[in-house]
Design a protein around this ligand. Structure first.
Ligand code: NAD
Length: 489
């Protein structure tokens, strides 16, 4: 069956292009899928436009839209095993992690289903006269282009699809060309749940050919993008001539601040999880460990000891605790950052190489790596390597910790570890990031907004703001007693 989904029909690419999808854990062929180009993107946009302008979805009552999202949540649960397996084959991620993601995805649909059904965003405004009825209503933005990355393929998609549909929009989804399979399954589930034809459209393909037309086309009203900083800048520029609404969820270079009074065992444990989960391919990864001077040696020794023992393996290896990088090109990039860090004076404490286990030879594995004695300005400290690479910097006091934490163009997430709640709270409030954890790392809930400050982007996903992103506020003023004003007499 063809894999592009346009106007309610499964279709092959107009130019007959296809792409092989390979599992990064062992380079085996997962499937060959259709590869969209500009003509397919144009057809998908036309279908979404028609469905928005003439189709039933935007005018469907909010309670009914909400109920559809709740049905999708149930279907996602029913298909959890197939979805998790597909996600792991595309990404190389451990199956258990994909299973957690699928639970989060169903919860995301459930959250936005309930939020949509509850309504309540419209309001009566006091216009200063009993003879005026003044209301602010919230309408869908229109046709949304949803562009997503490969690291959490269906999760990032759910954060966009659920609120976009909840608000009554139609959309064209373009997932990463490396990880298309869960998006394909999602289209089937949306159809099964009863979504009208044309409201959801899927194109698969490369960024410059299938993705770029989405930000340029005047028929698209909003682009919501999750991915890298450089692509985000391109999308923003491409969207400017038609003044599209743009929401950008970009990268991070997230600080994990550990004060000497932190709970040692918990802080070590979470420092490892913060960076080595999914081999560091997490936008909110705790890639910069900032440790207070007096704790530094003992803390880093323990992190290094434990990092050396992390077992690597493919998605279905029960002993593995982390997996491969997404591609050969991405591993090359990570290796180059580590080499640059060492050349600039960082001390390589562990990793810094591919594993020598022959069983892992065909996958894109890279050992958990700790670079100690790093300094601001090193490229491995400033840039997002998006791999299993932890840089360590020392700080003397609270002031220096905050300065180092904020010494980045990014502002996505960060953490502070201390048993002094006042100090932890002070530091958290001074960190310029969209999410800050105190004595924790990585948790999120669909009820709370997620997004970046500075060059980590703008706009918010999840939470009430995640729905508002896909809505236009409209003020309707109704004069109940219009009489001539004689302004020009
Ligand atoms: P990427 O920027 O290379 O690609 C992301 C998506 O954009 C893909 O679908 C790609 O095909 C598409 N694309 C590429 N060029 C395009 C163009 N010119 N026009 C339109 N679309 C285009 O990112 P990636 O490597 O897939 O993902 C990793 C990045 O995503 C990291 O930087 C990570 O931090 C970021 N990320 C951020 C969040 C967040 O919540 N802020 C979450 C996950 C990932």
């Amino acid at each position: 069956m063809p894999e592009l989904f346009i106007g309610g029909k499964w279709t092959a690419a107009v130019d007959g292009q296809v792409r092989d999808i390979r599992c990064p854990a062992d380079n085996t062929l997962v499937a060959t899928v259709d590869e969209a180009g500009p003509k397919d993107a144009a057809a998908a946009i036309a279908a979404a436009r028609e469905a928005f302008d003439q189709g039933p979805w935007p005018g469907t009552p909010a309670a009914e839209r909400g109920r559809l999202l709740l049905r999708v949540a149930d279907l996602l649960e029913r298909e959890k095993d197939a979805l998790a397996r597909a996600e792991s084959l595309d990404t190389g991620k451990r199956l258990v992690e994909s299973e957690y993601d699928m639970d989060d995805i169903a919860n995301c649909f459930r959250y936005f289903g309930n939020l949509t059904a509850a309504g309540g965003t419209d309001r009566i405004v006091d216009a200063g006269s009993p003879e005026v009825d003044s209301r602010v209503v919230h309408e869908p933005v229109g046709v949304c282009a949803l562009i997503t990355p490969w690291n959490y393929p269906l999760l990032q998609t759910a954060w966009k699809v659920a609120p976009a549909l909840g608000a009554g929009n139609t959309f064209v989804l373009k997932p990463s060309e490396l990880t298309p399979h869960t998006a394909i399954i999602l289209m089937r589930l949306l159809t099964e749940a009863g979504l009208p034809d044309g409201a959801a459209n899927l194109i698969l393909g490369a960024g410059p050919t299938a993705g770029a037309p989405l930000s340029e086309d005047p028929r698209v009203d909003l682009v919501s993008f999750t991915g890298g900083l450089v692509t985000g800048r391109r999308i923003m520029a491409a969207a400017a001539p038609t003044v599209k609404k743009v929401a950008l969820e970009l990268g991070g270079k997230n600080p994990n601040i550990v004060f000497a009074d932190a709970d040692f065992d918990a802080a070590v444990d979470y420092a490892l999880m913060a960076i080595f989960l999914h081999s560091g391919q997490v936008c909110s990864a705790g890639a910069r460990l900032l440790v207070q001077d007096e704790l530094h040696d003992r803390f880093v020794d323990e992190v290094v000891q434990r990092a050396r023992r992390i077992p690597l393996g493919g998605p279905f290896d029960d002993n593995a605790r982390t997996g491969p990088l997404i591609s050969a090109a991405h591993r090359d990039k990570v290796e180059a950052y580590v080499a640059a860090g060492v050349a600039e004076g960082a001390v390589l404490r562990c990793g810094g190489a591919r594993p020598d286990d022959p069983a892992l030879r065909d996958g894109y594995y890279y050992l958990p790596t700790v670079l100690d004695e790093c300094a601001p300005g090193m490229s491995v400290v400033t840039d997002e390597s998006f791999g299993p690479v932890l840089t360590v910097e020392r700080f003397r006091d609270e002031e220096e910790a905050v300065a180092l934490a904020n010494d980045t163009v990014y502002g996505l997430a960060g953490a502070v570890w201390s048993q002094d709640t006042g100090k932890a709270q002070r530091v958290a409030s001074r960190m310029r990031a969209g999410t800050v954890w105190i004595n924790d790392f990585h948790p999120y809930v669909p009820q709370a907004e997620w997004g970046g400050m500075k060059q980590s982007g703008f706009g918010r996903e999840l939470g009430p703001a995640g729905l508002a992103e896909y809505q236009e506020a409209k003020h309707i003023w109704r004069n109940l007693a219009a009489t001539p004003q004689r302004w020009f007499e």
